[in-house]
Design a protein around this ligand. Structure first.
Ligand code: ADP
Length: 334
């Protein structure tokens, strides 16, 4: 890494936690120390920054965190920081703490805050950390891979009992506005239907009729994966029970998806992105987000990044339907 004027930087986690945030903090700390930069850990996101709630981080203080879920710095949602007064207090706090820059690990909301701070003279580098993978400027967010694998593990277990009892199971996974977890977990568990906010679905045609056809072809157990943003899974269960004639159970996976030891993929990307964030700060670059594009580490201006859009891969969505039941439907048509 090149010569720099940075002597001391801060690192914080903000918004919803995700597995791999600890791994990213570790990478930031170690990359900074390698360049003789001191690192201050800020507890509870922007709330802790305003209140000066900090911990000095050494190489040793981040040992043993690589495999731990959650964030040992804790995270918070600060309403005060969303105000101009809050941002100015945070800037004062950075001055008092002697911070030359800040690494922020979080989602879009946290990036907006980091942009405000950068504009006030505190160079910030953002790292995408959220299980939802709903950050437009990057193909991948830290925690997504672990969350999908947790869902797959849970749905496989549900599938065992559905199979034994010839039942249908509707599993709700996280994703209020984004269906990435549902789509990937649904494909990986052979779900016969995947309901996500991005794709309108005809319940009659795409679920009920297909289930009836599949049942006539001899299939008697089904998994349906639904992103939480889609709506009422109990009403869907009732409809399936009445119109297809199969006992249907619902399971909401909930916060189990946010915890757990990060997968190798999450650990590797968290390390790469943490290292890259420090590398940019060292070059005097701030107001940027690091991310992944075509499998490479990239970075963008925060405001540019916030304006970007990304959409679900419709071909992938179509494929999920084909590989889950096409054979059975064809059998029915013959
Ligand atoms: P995430 O970073 O996961 O999207 P939030 O949206 O809850 O999570 O944001 C985390 C924190 O970032 C908030 O508590 C707030 O302090 C800050 N933040 C969120 N939105 C803004 C905004 N529009 N402007 C400035 N700061 C924001």
């Amino acid at each position: 890494m090149s010569e720099n004027k940075m002597k001391r930087i801060g690192v914080l986690t903000s918004g919803g936690d995700s597995p791999g945030m600890n791994t990213a903090i570790r990478a930031v700390v170690r990359a900074a120390l390698d360049n003789d930069i001191e690192v201050v850990g800020i507890r509870r996101g922007y709330s802790g920054l305003i209140e000066g709630e900090t911990v000095e981080l050494t190489a040793k203080s981040v040992s043993e965190v690589i495999a731990r879920g959650g964030t040992f710095l804790c995270t918070a949602r600060s309403t005060k920081f969303k105000t101009e007064e809050g941002v100015l207090e945070a800037v004062e706090s950075c001055k008092k703490l002697g911070l030359d820059g800040l690494v922020v690990i979080g989602g879009d909301g946290s990036f907006r805050g980091a942009s405000d701070l950068s504009k006030q003279g505190v160079p910030c580098l953002c790292i995408p950390g959220t299980i939802d993978n709903d950050i437009s400027c990057t193909e991948y967010t830290i925690g997504f891979d672990t969350a999908v694998n947790t869902c797959v593990d849970c749905i496989d277990k549900i599938r065992d009992t559905m199979q034994s009892h010839n039942r249908c199971s509707i599993v709700e996974v996280m994703g209020r506005h984004a269906g990435y977890i549902a789509l990937n977990a649904g494909i990986a568990t052979g779900a016969m239907a995947i309901l996500i906010p991005e794709v309108p679905i005809d319940i009659e045609k795409d679920v009920i009729v297909r289930m009836r056809a599949a049942m006539e072809s001899g299939r008697h157990h089904f998994i349906i994966v639904v992103a939480e943003g889609v709506g009422n899974i109990d009403a869907l269960a009732e409809k399936i029970k009445n119109e297809v004639g199969i006992e249907t159970k619902t399971t909401v996976l909930g916060h189990i998806q946010r915890g757990g030891s990060p997968t190798a993929t999450d650990r590797v990307w968290a390390s790469r992105l943490g290292y890259e964030a420090v590398k940019l700060l060292l070059q005097g670059i701030g107001d940027r987000v690091v991310g992944v594009k075509n499998g490479e580490v990239v970075n963008y201006d925060i405001q540019e990044a916030l304006k970007m859009t990304k959409s679900i891969d419709k071909e992938m969505y179509k494929m999920a339907y084909v590989v889950s039941t096409a054979g059975l439907e064809r059998y029915k048509k013959i």
